[in-house]
Write a protein that binds this ligand. Structure first.
Ligand SMILES: *[C@@H]1O[C@H](CO)[C@@H](O)[C@H](O)[C@H]1NC(C)=O
Ligand SMILES: *[C@@H]1O[C@H](CO)[C@@H](O)[C@H](O)[C@H]1NC(C)=O
Length: 188
C-alpha cells in the first residue's frame, strides 16, 4: 500500500472507532459514566444476548419487581446460560444470578455468579435501566461465571412494571418481556 492509501485506511479505521463509541454512548442513554467498568484491572470475558421476563407483584399500591427469568444466547444463537433471582438471597442479601448450562456449553463446566446492583442509567419510557452489577458470590469455572467481577446490562428494551394499577389485587403477579445484552467482566 502506498502512503496516501495507508493514511486513508488509518483515518477510516479511526473514524469507525469513533462512530462505534458514539453508538455505545447513545445506546446507554447518552451517559455511560456511572455504569463504567473500573478503568484498570478488568477485561471483557463475554457478552450474551438476553430474552426474558421481569416479574412484578402488586403489593396493594404498586407493582414491585421480585424476579427476572431469562435465557442467554451466544453469537451462534445457542442458549448457553440462564438468569434468575435466588429465592433465598445470598449472605450479602443479593439475588440476581447467572448460571451456565453445562450440557449446552461444550467443554465449559457449570458456573454461576450472584451480584448486587451498584449503578444504573435510565434508558426510555418503556425500558428497564442499564445497570452495573458487582459480584457478591461466584462458583465454578474461573474463566466463566466463576471468575466474574462485574456484570453490565446494556441495550435494554422493554421490561418495565405495568403502568396501570386498576383492577389489580394484592398478590397479583405480572411478567413483562425484555431483551438486553449482558457483558461479563473478569480480572485482567
Ligand atoms: C409497595 O411498594 C411500594 C414501592 O416499592 C412502596 O413504596 C410501598 O410502601 C409498598 N406498599 C406496601 C403496602 O407494602
Ligand atoms: C425466580 O424464578 C425462578 C424460575 O422459576 C425460580 O427458580 C426462582 O426461585 C425465582 N426467584 C424468586 C425470588 O422468586
Amino acid at each position: 500500500m502506498n502512503t496516501p492509501l495507508r493514511l486513508a485506511a488509518t483515518l477510516l479505521a479511526l473514524l469507525s472507532l469513533a462512530l462505534c463509541a458514539a453508538a455505545t454512548a447513545r445506546d446507554l442513554g447518552d451517559s455511560t459514566s456511572s455504569i463504567d467498568i473500573p478503568r484498570y484491572g478488568y477485561e471483557l470475558g463475554h457478552t450474551l444476548h438476553v430474552k426474558g421476563y421481569q416479574h412484578y407483584r402488586f403489593n396493594g399500591t404498586a407493582w414491585v419487581g421480585f424476579n427476572a427469568t431469562a435465557n442467554l444466547y451466544d453469537q451462534h444463537k445457542q442458549e448457553v446460560c440462564v438468569h434468575y433471582y435466588l429465592l433465598q438471597a445470598d449472605a450479602l442479601g443479593r439475588q440476581p444470578t447467572w448460571e451456565s448450562l453445562p450440557n449446552k456449553m461444550r467443554g465449559v463446566l457449570c458456573s454461576s455468579v450472584t451480584c448486587k446492583s451498584v449503578a444504573q442509567v435510565g434508558v426510555d419510557q418503556v425500558s428497564i435501566p442499564c445497570v452495573l452489577l458487582k459480584s457478591t458470590q461466584s462458583a465454578g469455572n474461573e474463566k466463566y461465571f466463576g471468575g466474574v467481577a462485574f456484570v453490565r446490562r446494556i441495550n435494554t428494551k422493554h421490561g418495565l412494571a405495568p403502568i396501570s394499577t386498576k383492577r389489580a389485587h394484592e398478590g397479583d403477579v405480572k411478567k413483562s418481556t425484555y431483551t438486553c445484552d449482558y457483558s461479563f467482566y473478569l480480572p485482567a
